[in-house]
Every structure is written in structure tokens, then in C-alpha cells.
Design a protein. Structure first.
Ligand SMILES: C[S@@+](CC[C@H](N)C(=O)[O-])C[C@H]1O[C@@H](n2cnc3c(N)ncnc32)[C@H](O)[C@@H]1O
Length: 288
């Protein structure tokens, strides 16, 4: 069994729901709610309910890296293809695992994140790892105007833009930053996934949320991270990418917990994972 599954069921907890409810009650701009959620619960791959969640030293960051890459076999598989050109833009850097991996492989990295916390963690990650080619900037991906248009060889965004209030703005903004012909990878959540439908059904029927007028879309928030979490099908993601100015080179589906559909042979789980997995990845290019 792949260890990609280990972190999935613990994605949500009472802590995440409490934070969401508290933020929902505040009169904030829409993307402020997104920012505040991640400022409160940064992506450090620790239990959401744990008190001390921030990595501090090299050992802590190495643990984050092991989790990041260990739970994402897809990334390990495609990583060599991602190191294209000299300059990479990472949108939504979290604790900086990918930024530092790119940096350690000789790329100049501009990482951005909507939270001050992620910027601080990414800078610390690079510093304790002795990597000097990673720059981190607090910036909303819906407005990347601080960065120069057409200046990046590669764009990387893993599990970020679907959490923004207007993901399509993030897609389009990031496309403008690529050099003509530059490539990228954008991962978001998959709508036609076992997780979306099975967990959605559980929450709607067994937890009775349909009685409160909830839908498959709206119940996702009870068991999925972030304040917002938009899900895309292959078709809707392809269209969103094309509308944002990309040429779509491939769309891949990956990541499925063994707990989602238990008691099936590993071969069948792998087959299902590529069809009804939770993560959908667009490999894109800006037209030359
Ligand atoms: C699920 S975490 C993923 C972090 C990292 N990519 C990883 O996989 O560990 C989502 C990240 O996206 C950031 N984020 C959400 N909306 C954003 C936006 N509009 N602009 C920039 N960053 C954003 C959050 O602050 C958070 O760090």
C-alpha cells in the first residue's frame, strides 16, 4: 500500500471546522477569509488540532519534506520533468518543500503565498537547508502584479488555487507570468473522485445535511481543508485552463486513500486512482 493515503483521512478535524465557522462569522472580504484560514492553520503536515504545528529546525523541515514527497508519489514520478529552465514560480508555497527542492536542484525560485506565515516558513526552510536561490513573497495569486510578466520558465502550484475565492483569476494571472512557451503544473481537487461522491454521500445522508439544504458541493467543506475548496472535472479544468490562456498538454488524475474503497487489490486501487483519485493535475504551456 502506498503511503500517499496516510494523511488523507485526517485532513479535517474539529479544529478545521471551528476555524472555518469563526472566520465565516466575520465581515471580511472573500479572499481575506481564505487567507485567514491558512494563516491560522498553515500547511505543515501536522495534525490540524495540534498546538505547536510550525517546523522550526532542519529536522522539522526534513520531516515536512518526507511527508510532502512521500505522500505524493505522483510528484516523485514527474519531478524530473518539472525542472525546466532557470526560473520557477511557485504559487502557494506553504512550508516551502517544493520551493527548496527546486532551489536545491539549481533553479532560481520565486515562491508566493497569500499568508505571511507561509512566506516566513519558506524563508526559514531555505535558510536552515542552506539554499540561497529561493525568494518568498506574500502575494495573493489573484493579483500577481508585483511579478514581471513573461519572466518564468516554469510554473508550479500544488493544491492552492482551488482554495482561492476566484481560482480562475489565479490561473490567468499565473499564465501571464510564464515566458511564451514556458510550461507548468497546476494541481487542484477532482470533482469526479471517490472522495467527493462517497464522503459527500455520507455527509448528506448519514449526517443528515441534506435536511439542512446542503448539496454535494457544499458538504465538502465539512471534511476538506481550506475556507474554500472548488473541485474540477477533467472537462471543467481543461476549459478553465484554456480560458486562462494555457495550452493543455495533459490532465492526470491521482491520489486515492485505501480507506476510501477498502478491501480491493492494490492493482485495482492504482487503476481506480488514475480515474477517480482526489487530485487532478493540469500540465500546461503558455503558447509561444
Ligand atoms: C493546501 S496548502 C498547499 C501548500 C503547498 N503547496 C503544499 O502542497 O504543501 C494551500 C496553500 O495555498 C495558499 N493560498 C491559498 N490561496 C492563495 C492565493 N489566493 N494566493 C496565494 N496563495 C494562496 C495557502 O496560504 C496555503 O499555503
Amino acid at each position: 500500500m502506498s503511503n500517499e493515503t496516510d494523511n488523507i483521512e485526517s485532513w479535517t478535524s474539529t479544529a478545521t471546522n471551528q476555524v472555518r465557522d469563526e472566520i465565516a462569522a466575520q465581515p471580511l472580504e472573500v479572499n481575506e477569509k481564505n487567507r485567514l484560514w491558512w494563516e491560522t492553520l498553515p500547511m505543515t503536515y501536522e495534525d490540524w488540532g495540534k498546538e505547536e504545528r510550525d517546523p522550526v529546525n532542519l529536522e522539522d523541515f526534513e520531516r515536512v519534506d518526507r511527508h510532502y514527497f512521500g505522500t505524493n508519489p505522483y510528484l516523485q514520478q514527474v519531478w524530473p520533468e518539472l525542472c525546466q529552465g532557470a526560473k520557477v514560480l511557485e504559487v502557494g508555497c506553504g512550508a516551502g518543500s517544493a520551493a527548496c527542492r527546486f532551489g536545491s536542484q539549481g533553479m532560481i525560485v520565486q515562491a508566493v503565498d497569500i499568508t505571511a506565515k507561509a512566506v516566513e516558513l519558506t524563508k526559514r526552510h531555505a535558510e536552515v537547508s542552506g539554499i540561497s536561490s529561493v525568494q518568498a513573497l506574500q502575494c495573493d495569486a489573484e493579483d500577481l502584479s508585483p511579478l514581471t510578466d513573461g519572466s518564468f520558465d516554469y510554473l508550479y502550484s500544488w493544491g492552492v488555487m482551488h482554495h482561492s475565492a476566484h481560482p480562475e483569476r489565479c490561473f490567468a494571472q499565473a499564465c501571464r507570468k510564464l515566458k511564451p512557451g514556458g510550461r507548468g503544473l497546476i494541481m487542484v481537487y477532482h470533482r469526479n473522485s471517490a472522495r467527493f461522491w462517497l464522503k459527500g454521500l455520507y455527509w448528506l445522508i448519514l449526517k443528515g445535511r441534506f435536511l439542512k439544504g446542503e448539496t454535494f458541493e457544499s458538504v465538502q467543506r465539512h471534511f476538506t481543508d481550506g475556507f474554500y475548496q472548488k473541485h474540477y472535472s477533467r472537462e471543467s479544468l481543461t476549459k478553465a485552463m484554456e480560458d486562462s490562456g494555457y495550452v493543455v498538454e495533459a490532465v492526470k488524475v491521482t491520489h486515492m486513500s485505501s480507506r476510501m474503497i477498502p478491501f480491493i487489490p492494490e492493482g485495482l486501487r492504482q487503476w481506480l486512482k488514475e480515474r477517480i483519485g482526489w487530485l487532478i493535475v493540469a500540465h500546461v504551456r503558455r503558447d509561444a
